[in-house]
Design a protein around this ligand. Structure first.
Ligand code: MF3
Ligand code: CO
Ligand code: CO
Length: 258
């Protein structure tokens, strides 16, 4: 596997770039008064017009192109006729398929002006993901990633969601290993050059418990507190890592300067 992994990484870069560019494209539309259906439509058309397919669309019955998770929604929010309001925070999660390869990424967005509380939660979530990605290389353990995220998040006074995790990805959308966002250094499998997976911590303002609404998808915080998430798809190398889903416009975390 590690012999020809560079060809796989080239394919992942193509799929990951399209997912990232889709989030770049939708950024200008995220403001008070827009519906999450409109955001979904922009994502659908951009992916289609640039040679890809959406992986979530009809995946296990999911009805839309992207996930839109607002405020206390942890993940898998379904785009709808709901309007975004000033002060909301929203995660938009896009997975594109190009040539059979999957690129999976999500970012937080501020809807107009948001509270200091929101800003702190969102920046802690982004930093926890990037701190964890920065230690990735051949030979570390998955638990090293989990511990890095958990330590940082808890130091900031927030909690790490246990009910959802990152995942292996490539020609398949979700495959092994499960990438837990909490844990202990040295636990779990050893990373090997050529492995591809997502790092996608969900961080709650309150307790880490979640529940899924009756629609079968929307996961919310049990205590109705705010939740934030970022996601990158990464590959392991001898010397470190490659991020396949970097923004072309430097839209890594909000506020995004248009
Ligand atoms: N993109 C999500 C992830 O990070 C999965 C969405 S699957 C859906 O793994 F069906 F909920 F859209
Ligand atoms: Co994912
Ligand atoms: Co995703």
């Amino acid at each position: 596997m590690s012999l020809d992994y560079k060809e796989n990484f080239e394919q992942m870069k193509i799929a990951g770039s399209l997912a990232a560019e889709t989030l770049d494209e939708v950024t200008a539309y995220v403001k008070p008064g827009v519906t999450t259906n409109k955001i979904d439509q922009i994502c659908y058309e951009f992916i289609r017009d640039n040679g890809g397919y959406s992986a979530p669309l009809f995946y296990k019955g999911f009805p839309k192109t992207c996930c839109t998770s607002v405020n206390h929604v942890v993940c898998h929010g379904i785009p709808s006729t709901k309007y975004l309001m000033e002060g909301d925070i929203i995660n938009i999660d896009v997975t594109s398929i190009v040539n059979g390869w999957h690129g999976d990424t999500s970012r937080m967005f501020f809807v107009g002006d948001v509270s200091v509380k929101c800003k702190n939660l969102v920046s802690a979530t982004y930093n926890s993901m990037m701190n964890a990605i920065s230690i990735i290389k051949n030979g570390i353990n998955l638990g090293d990633i989990g511990e890095t995220i958990q330590t940082y998040v808890e130091k900031k006074g927030f909690s790490v969601v246990r009910d959802f995790c990152g995942h292996g990805i490539g020609k398949v959308f979700h495959e092994s290993p499960n990438v837990l966002h909490y844990g202990k250094k040295g636990d779990g499998i050893k990373l090997k050059t050529g492995m591809i997976f997502t790092v996608e911590p969900m961080v709650n303002e309150g307790i880490f418990n979640t529940k899924v609404l009756k629609d079968g998808w929307t996961a919310v915080t049990k205590d109705k507190s705010l939740s934030a998430q970022f996601e990158h798809t990464v590959g392991v190398t001898d010397a470190g890592f490659e991020i396949f889903t970097k923004s072309k416009k430097n839209f890594e975390q909000p506020p995004y300067l248009l």
